[in-house]
Ligand binder design. Sequence first.
Ligand SMILES: [Fe+2]
Ligand SMILES: [Fe+2]
Length: 292
Amino acid sequence: MSRSVRERRTPSPQEPMPSPTHATSRPAGGRRPFVIAQISDLHTGSPFFVANLMERAIVEVNELRPDVVVVTGDLTNDGFRQEYLLAKSYVERIECPEVLVIPGNHDSRNVGYVHFEELFGPRSYHYLREGISIVGVDSTEPDLDYGTIGRARYRWLDEKFSEPAELRVFTLHHHLLPVPGTGRERNMVYDAGDTLEVLQRCAVNLVLCGHKHVPYAWRLENLFVVNAGTVSSLRLRGNTRPCYNIVTIGEDLVTVERKYPFHGSEVIIEFSPATLAFEKPPVRDAAHHPGT
Ligand SMILES: [Fe+2]
Ligand SMILES: [Fe+2]
């Protein structure tokens, strides 16, 4: 994170951030931060896909050396096999011991989920290491743009998140909360209310999703819900730019940044899982402030 971004940050109207000496969510002893790179909405095969952006993002992620890379869907534009093969060729170049992939609504077009399973494996996963629990779920429905988690999977989420962890992360493609600067609200998770209730019950700290191509973050009760932008396509809204997220989990602070391939980064949100205090820099994008 650049010093200038830290200096630009303004206090939120919510609680003040804790000092670095406050209670920690990571074990004491000066352990290094745990880093998750979130890449979303590649849209290979789309006329708006830009290979240069994807190539650059891979170089940057490889230099970052995150502990985990989560890919939150829309790897392809129409779920076609040739698009999947191209997406796979990019994902294979990510040098990370754990690359966790779930499909998006575009990947489930044209029965694309069969290619997903063949090339990427199961459409849901549970990862647990170094106290970080990450559960990913396929929220798509064949040939439909809306998302759903479904009652049948609530118990599975309960079970996976019941394992002891210091930080619980849920990933899905669709957005769980409305995202500003995205026009008419549509295609949200149909059972978002029940899913949010399940996640609260499971003591989930962070949700990582994509789909809207606009990076944003909300806090809802004990939960921080973060959207990623599109990493490599020009399917953009307003003045948003292609980007991906970097989540840095420190001893008492989780920082989420959006990183623009070839360019700098900005903090989307910083929060303390222990106190729930957070800071969210003001949105400066014209998509959110059309009058400016
Ligand atoms: Fe997308
Ligand atoms: Fe999508």
